[in-house]
Design a protein. Structure first.
Length: 298
């Protein structure tokens, strides 16, 4: 086999769409791949795509993005069926590992997928993953009581830096950068500061939950669903029902805007958050396990 791996170009577009459609046709709530969808996802997610070619024929592709916490994440891996499929996939993964700027490579795979074995054979370790949770917005959600010195409200204009600070401090790493509100306004209309729910005390924002339209899924699957995240509370203000109160407030706001459901993602390890969310009506829809490999740096 004389396979060449190169960066994605417009000439690959149709074949990449075909391979992705075949690979992920049974995925949960699949947004149908088209040239428009593919280019939109590359732009929104800042994806990098490599393709494997032989004599001008696209045999496979891999799509990656550098996560905010510095991990290189493999989001897509697809190859043409046949006896050389695994060989092509392995070549693409090896190329990602060579080019990665991070010392950690990860991939998310649906719980129970047979492909988990393939990743383990490549030297990846199975880790706890992410729960995708969803709740119906049939009725208003009761808002838990919070301490009297905490005021619940929407983010005001000019408070972006305060939001970025509380989210990043709550996460323990730089989850957001200043400028993210304009990005969300562009990508997720009719988003505005009003969609961000905060807890304040002594003119200090100490907790926040961001709500947005679930834009891509709403557009292509004809849904009326909102999305929650990111959300964070400063460590010294946890265990005061702020997260549950702001989540309930965000759910009610989405319902009042005409949305009939809401989804979010949370770590399998975040048991306290899972318990909180279930108490607000969320249910687990899917689980994606995370496989990680430490890149050898010579």
């Amino acid at each position: 086999m004389s396979i060449r791996i190169s960066e994605f170009a417009n000439k690959h577009l149709a074949n990449v769409v075909r391979l992705l459609t075949e690979e992920y046709k049974n995925s949960y709530e699949l947004v149908p791949f088209s040239e428009e969808v593919l280019l939109s996802q590359i732009r929104r997610r800042n994806l990098k795509i490599l393709v494997a070619e032989e004599n001008g024929n696209v045999l496979g592709l891999v799509g990656t993005r550098l996560e905010e916490h510095g991990e290189e994440n493999i989001m897509w891996l697809a190859a043409q069926g046949g006896p050389n499929r695994k060989t092509v996939e392995n070549m693409l993964v090896n190329e990602v590992e060579k080019r990665a700027k991070s010392d950690t490579i990860s991939a998310g795979i649906g719980e129970g997928s047979s492909k988990i074995i393939d990743w383990i054979e490549r030297g990846y370790t199975l880790n706890p993953g992410w729960l995708r949770m969803c709740a119906k917005l049939d009725n208003l959600t009761p808002i838990p009581r919070v301490p009297k010195d905490i005021n619940l409200r929407s983010l005001a204009s000019g408070e972006e830096e305060k939001l970025v600070e509380v989210i990043n401090t709550g996460f323990g790493w730089r989850r957001l950068e200043v400028g993210v509100l304009e990005k969300w306004r562009t990508e997720d209309p009719p988003f505005s500061e009003e969609w961000i729910h905060v807890g304040e005390t002594d003119e200090r924002i100490v907790s926040a939950v961001v709500a947005r339209p679930d834009t891509e899924y709403n557009k292509y699957l004809h849904l009326k669903r909102g999305y929650l995240g990111p959300a964070a509370t400063l460590p010294e203000f946890r265990n005061r029902h702020l997260a549950s109160a702001l989540t309930a407030r965000a759910m009610n706001s989405l319902r009042n805007k005409g949305y009939d459901s809401v989804r979010l993602g949370t770590s399998e390890l975040n048991t306290s958050s899972i318990i909180l969310l279930k108490s607000l009506g969320f249910q687990v829809e899917t689980v994606r396990k995370v496989l990680r490999k430490q890149r050898s740096i010579s």
